[in-house]
Design a protein around this ligand. Structure first.
Ligand SMILES: [Mn+2]
Length: 311
């Protein structure tokens, strides 16, 4: 903010800039940032309630009010690692196939420019996740990428409502190029169930296996390779925590066990990238926006903590 106005006015009491965490100055600049936030407010194939195009702005807005200090890590990971927030990406409205192709080119360019920075996409709907997955997979010649999918839904339909590029098919677009570990699943078709049984490269941990024990965390970690892309559909969470999403499903996992898995994934694997999708902000209830903002900050915090022990 203050770099856009004359120095004589910089000392006035301006509100925090619309960057993730409200960061400004050096920690929010590309040169210094270890994390890149890429807002992708894309929406086209939702099957029930819309509104995901407003997700990225709501997440960034809420993030400006969350504490930078993280008591679990006893640190301020955001300013420490540096987080640059890119402008919202404008993707073609001529259908999801064209949007995915366009986003793939965007990711190829951004990952090339990003070097070692962690790029986190903020959706928007889930249909475009195949773009970052395939972009990351292409950058790992000779090595297999693992996708860690947090979701209520399998998203393994070969096509949905006539489109193979629907949000309900997004993982089916990825499974030839990456292994898949899906957690929190509680809504799939019998065809998806058959596909899961048939493919050794797909590991599915159903929500009912997760609510009364934490054995599933070891199982998820054991199924992942070293290079991991995290795709987090927020309908993974129970609707009591996350009502603001297009297709909520009861029986979803809670906050702390989810953080436990995330912390271990960042510590024990190499997370190459992530996206967080499907928040559809609801008027009159900002809590879900804060849940997602905090979730993204926790990922950044665990990424920073893992870097500390490695460097
Ligand atoms: Mn879903």
């Amino acid at each position: 903010m203050t770099d856009k106005i004359p120095a004589a006015l910089a000392g006035l009491s301006w509100e925090l800039p619309r960057n993730f965490l409200g960061l400004e100055g050096e920690p929010a600049e590309w040169e210094n940032a270890g994390v890149v936030i890429l807002p992708t407010p894309y929406e086209s194939t939702v099957s029930y309630q819309g509104g995901t195009k407003r997700g990225p702005a709501a997440i960034i807005e809420a993030s400006r009010y969350i504490e930078l200090y993280d008591q679990e890590l006893d640190a301020e990971p955001g300013p420490a690692v540096g987080v640059v927030t890119l402008p919202g990406l404008h993707l073609t409205s001529s259908g999801p196939q064209a949007a995915v192709a366009e986003l793939r080119e965007v990711y190829d360019a951004i990952l090339e420019a990003a070097g070692g920075r962690l790029v986190i996409g903020l959706g928007g709907e889930h249909s475009i996740t195949s773009a970052p997955v395939l972009a990351h997979a292409a950058r790992l010649p000779g090595e297999r990428l693992s996708i860690l999918q947090f979701d209520a839904h399998g998203d393994l339909r070969l096509e949905y409502e006539g489109s193979p590029y629907s949000h309900a098919s997004v993982m089916a677009r990825c499974i030839d190029d990456a292994d898949l570990v899906a957690v929190g699943i509680r809504a799939i078709t019998s065809d998806e169930r058959a596909l899961i049984r048939e493919r050794d490269s797909i590991t599915t941990i159903f929500a009912e296996e997760m609510w009364d024990n934490e054995e599933w965390i070891d199982r998820a970690l054991a199924a992942l390779g070293d290079k991991v892309f995290i795709t987090f559909d927020v309908d993974y969470f129970d609707p009591s925590l996350m009502p603001a999403t297009g297709t909520p499903e009861p029986g979803g996992p809670a906050w702390y066990p989810t953080l436990k898995l995330l912390r271990r994934v960042f510590a024990e694997k190499t997370v190459v990238g992530a996206d967080v999708v499907e928040l559809a902000p609801m008027g009159g209830n900002a809590a879900p926006d804060f849940v997602v903002a905090k979730l993204v900050y926790k990922m950044i915090a665990y990424h920073w903590a893992a870097k500390q022990t490695r460097d």
